[in-house]
Ligand binder design. Structure first.
Ligand code: NAD
Length: 489
């Protein structure tokens, strides 16, 4: 198998770092090998990026022409949708139908930021003096380090590349070590779309080596990170030392609430999708469910019945709901959390183990798992498992419920199932979460800001304002009727 090249400062070349592999989590066969970026590659990419974003041909390019490159990239992604979805499935095991959805969302993200950059402008603050006018403009920041996790690469990569380029910056993308393929493909697409050389580099490799060198580089002026809370905290320290801005999209342990008046069928379908799609490897997975005691048995029966019907299998097949976890080590970590939950007094209602199907033994599969009988203080209810594991907790009254739902270091998302929208609004208001879904779950809109409360993150991605997170504001003062300032006379 030929080794793949990486993309450094506009050049496709072998990485000069350690060898890394992409393996298909469905059977762990080798999909690709490549050498990761070295520290020299980081240096070359940053220098090239710093030269590229300062070039007048990019700095003075009118926004609609930057937008044209993003529109072209989105068209290419649409055209290659099937190929990209298959690649995504091979790289991280996401069921093909979900992978296709992510590819389409990446194309929309590019289109959205193209449109936003075409129409975004500066501001004319109200005048405070007849002889003075002020203008507030927005300028690019410079070289952006974008660091992404393995669970939804094409979507999280594009959520950083598109606004950063639309705002006139250069971007260096460091994808997760396990999933470099989609990021490299995106580099190819932007090259074909006509992005000038040096404005995008893709540096696969270990976070503690390549990622660390990248964010510490003096010419890197912003860190845009999606990943675990512990890593995010480390990066925030580095950013604080350098006095640069960060945006951090971090972990979650999102509560979902099923009130007694909920449409149980709707709620059971939503809860099932909210936790088990992407095998629970989603920051917004609805992994803690609080159910009103009056309807607990009826709801659990429906949820269990639906979950039992989920098809576990090769994610390359169209009808499969549950593919493999990213790696054998991650499956072991999920299994350890299930074992811990049992030690903490939990009872397994469903799953809790590796599927018995002989055809699945080479892959990292784990059965969708439902655990009951735990208190919200248990570690399995507080820590992010990042797998297909749902804990279900009955509740008796709403004030306790709010306290328990908010009793988490995280605050990424929450779900509410009820027919009473007035109660839903009151609950949504009280929940400490950046996103609250009411009678739906895990649906997104690129025009709606997304991000976390508490240890789930800092800053917002998506939405009109998120373009400005990749820009810095500059104020101009214009004398309308210039007069000498005679204070020294
Ligand atoms: P991770 O934090 O281990 O790694 C994320 C990225 O950071 C990878 O590219 C990794 O190589 C890099 N990295 C790791 N250590 C680094 C360091 N010291 N310096 C610089 N870079 C470093 O996370 P993961 O296991 O890849 O992803 C899962 C996590 O991501 C979960 O916690 C999940 O909730 C979170 N996530 C959050 C969102 C969101 O939008 N809030 C979306 C997806 C995933």
């Amino acid at each position: 198998m030929n080794k793949m090249n990486i993309f450094v400062g506009g050049k496709w070349q072998p990485g000069r770092g350690k060898e890394i592999e992409s393996r298909f989590p469905g059977d762990n066969h080798l999909v690709a090998t490549l050498n990761s970026a070295s520290l020299e590659d980081v240096e070359d990419a940053v220098i090239a990026a710093d030269v590229a974003w300062r070039k007048p041909s990019w700095r003075n390019l009118p926004p609609h022409q930057r937008a044209a490159i993003l529109y072209k990239a989105s068209t290419l992604i649409d055209e290659k949708c099937e190929e990209l979805a298959r690649l995504q499935t091979l790289d991280n095991g996401k069921p093909w139908a979900e992978a296709r959805g992510l590819v389409m969302s990446a194309a929309s993200t590019a289109r959205y930021f193209a449109a936003v950059c075409e129409v975004s402008g500066g501001e004319l603050p109200p005048r405070r003096h007849p002889d003075l006018m002020t203008i507030s403009t927005y300028q690019p920041i410079g070289v952006i380090a974008a660091i992404t996790p393995w669970n939804s690469p094409i979507a999280s990569d594009m959520q950083k590349i598109a606004p950063a380029l639309a705002a006139g910056n250069a971007v260096i993308l460091k994808p997760a070590e396990a999933t470099p393929l989609m990021a490299l493909k995106l580099a190819e697409i932007f090259e074909q779309a006509g992005l000038p050389s040096g404005l995008l580099s893709v540096l696969p490799g270990k976070g503690s080596v390549v990622g660390d060198a990248l964010v510490r580089h003096p010419l890197v002026r912003k860190i845009s990170f999606t990943g675990g809370t512990n890593t995010g905290r480390q990066l925030a320290h580095i950013a604080a030392d350098k006095l640069i801005t960060t945006s951090l999209e971090l972990g979650g342990k999102s509560p979902t609430i099923v009130l007694a008046d909920a449409d149980l069928d709707l709620a059971a379908h939503g809860v099932c999708y909210g936790i088990f799609s992407s095998m629970g490897q989603a920051c917004i997975a609805g992994s803690r469910v609080f159910v009103a005691r009056d309807i607990y048995d009826a709801f659990m029966e429906k949820l269990t019945c639906l979950t039992e019907k989920l098809i576990i299998g090769d994610p390359r097949q169209e009808h499969v709901h549950i593919g493999p976890l990213i790696s054998p080590a991650h499956r072991q970590s999920v299994q350890s959390y299930v074992d811990l939950a049992i030690q903490e007094g939990g009872a397994i209602r469903l799953g809790g183990k590796v599927p018995a199907d002989p055809a699945l033994q080479e892959g990292n599969y784990f059965c969708p798992t439902i655990i009951e009988g735990l208190s919200n203080h248990a570690r399995a209810c507080q820590e992010e498992i990042f797998g297909p594991v749902l804990v279900v907790i009955p509740f008796d009254n709403e004030s306790e419920l709010i306290q328990e739902a908010n009793n988490s270091v995280y605050g990424l998302a929450a779900g509410i199932w009820t027919r009473d929208y007035s109660r839903a609004f009151q609950l949504a208001d009280a929940l400490e979460a950046g996103t609250v879904w009411i009678n739906t779950y895990k649906v997104f809109s690129i025009s709606t800001p997304f991000g976390g409360f508490k240890e789930s993150g800092l800053g917002r991605e998506k939405g009109l304002e998120s373009l400005k997170a990749y820009m810095q504001q500059k104020s101009l003062f214009l004398a309308i009727n210039p007069q000498p300032n005679r204070w020294c006379e």
